[in-house]
Write a protein that binds this ligand. Structure first.
Ligand SMILES: [Zn+2]
Length: 453
């Protein structure tokens, strides 16, 4: 199957570590357009909430259309390197990688959010720097989760400008394939696709090993996911998620702000695929042996820890209510995630009583659930820290805000100091870019083969 080998990637232009800033990515791709004006062209598909242009780079080919978007979650920059390398492959080897399609590359769909993560982008990637500089938008400000929808009394109709820009692009080009370049954080590689295509799922499942990376076979991100192959899941549509939550007795609506990209793209019959890649790998994520504890206890411990996080964040936000003066993205995100942690805890607690949890846990499940708690604490309480810190640095922090920041910081630093993986070296970027490209090309090829057949 056609995809660049690790050796080819090593010989190419992907650095071993470090991510480009919004500015560096823009400059690099604009230079590519100037060097190859007959092959790749630049345009602007909209503007961010703060008014930053959103670049589109188009490599013209046949009637089929592929849309690829980087920066869909602004804390997931592996895709920026993938876009840079993909653009070069499409220019230099269109016969091998172009699939007779026209490729639309949205290099960075959320420049505002990306800039809030840039402090940890320079090499070397360290967990300490990552969590200190981490930002993830509130769900209703996440580009791929703020599409309009209405279902069973739940709905959303306020897409952010970045999402509107994507919607207009989709309406214009009716993509055959859409890939949002996400990545995970720690463990191994896993995939989502909207297609129940066993052949594609089987192929995706084999890709990480070819780049020396493990699959993540531990706790899936959501309960009730359909498993298509090892570490390959069908991504449920928003209306399906609502139906499932209602069926489980949870009536608090979808966890995202709006509907997802796959919901919007149903009208075009688009194939979607997501490759979730880790910055750091760990052998436990692929270990299916018995951990010697009950799965029920693992889930109960996770629910209790997330309840505690929910209460801690909610308590701080309550204490400083009325004293926060800056409507920062940090403030909106931490308020939303404080509520969200309670919802995740409730969903986990609802599973405890089911017969399905009455079994031994695997090492991978213990690892996944333990690291989920660690990462939620460091991520979301860390964003709240940044919200409070912004007030201190702007000179607007009342004493109650300073006190809250000092208390939260002490707790957060304890969590960080307890991270047993603090010194882990990151995965080589070449391997991550290789997996993302191979998965992308496999998806396009399966779609092309299917539409010919
Ligand atoms: Zn993501």
């Amino acid at each position: 199957m056609p995809f660049p080998s690790l050796a080819e990637l090593d010989a190419g232009d992907v650095p071993a570590d470090g991510f480009p800033t919004v500015e560096e990515l823009h400059v690099d791709l604009m230079e590519l357009c100037r060097a190859h004006p007959d092959r790749i062209t630049a345009s602007v598909i909209g503007h961010s909430r703060l008014g930053e242009p959103i670049d589109l780079f188009t490599v013209a080919g046949g009637a089929r259309t592929v849309v690829v978007a980087g920066g869909v979650h602004p804390n997931e920059p592996i895709g920026f390197r993938t876009i840079q390398h993909l653009a070069r492959l499409l220019i230099s080897q269109p016969d091998a990688y172009g699939f007779d399609a026209t490729w639309h590359l949205v290099a960075c769909i959320d420049p505002d959010g990306t800039r809030l993560n840039e402090q940890w982008f320079p090499a070397p990637l360290r967990r300490d720097d990552y969590y200190r500089g981490f930002y993830r938008p509130a769900p209703d400000e996440q580009v791929e989760w703020s599409f309009p929808f209405s279902h069973r009394g739940f709905g959303f109709d306020a897409p952010i400008p970045e999402t509107s820009a994507l919607m207009e692009l989709f309406d214009r080009v009716a993509p055959d394939v859409f890939v949002g370049l996400h990545n995970g954080e720690f463990g191994g590689v896993y995939f989502y696709t909207n297609e129940r295509d066993g052949a594609l799922a089987g192929e995706l499942s084999t890709i990480p090993a070819q780049f020396g990376l493990p699959l993540d076979v531990g706790e899936p991100e959501m309960p009730d996911l359909d498993v298509l192959a090892d570490a390959v899941f069908r991504a449920p549509l928003t209306r399906e998620q609502i139906d499932r939550r209602i069926a489980r007795g949870l009536d608090d609506g979808p966890q995202a702000g709006g509907a997802g990209t796959a919901d919007y793209l149903e009208r075009f019959g688009t194939t979607t695929m997501i490759a979730e890649l880790p910055y750091w790998v760990h052998p436990d994520a692929a270990d299916l042996t018995d951990a010697g504890v009950s799965y029920r206890e693992v889930i109960a411990a996770k629910a209790a820890a997330l309840d505690e996080l929910h209460e801690l964040m909610g308590g701080i936000l309550h204490a400083v209510r009325g004293a926060l003066t800056i409507d920062s993205p940090f403030r909106r995100a931490s308020a939303a995630f404080a509520v969200g942690m309670g919802a995740v805890a409730a969903a986990e607690r609802a599973r405890i009583a089911s017969a399905e949890t009455d079994r031994p846990a695997t090492v991978a499940e213990v690892f996944g659930n333990t690291e989920a708690v660690r990462t939620f604490r460091l991520r979301f309480a860390g964003i709240l820290r940044r919200a409070l810190d912004a007030e201190v640095h702007a000179g607007t922090a009342a004493p109650v805000v300073r006190t809250a920041l000092a208390e939260l910081t002490a707790r957060w630093e304890e969590w960080l100091a307890a991270d047993p993986h603090a010194g882990l070296a990151p995965v080589r970027l070449n391997a991550l870019v290789g997996v993302q490209l191979a998965a992308l090309f496999a998806t396009v090829r399966h779609r092309v083969v299917r539409s010919v057949a």
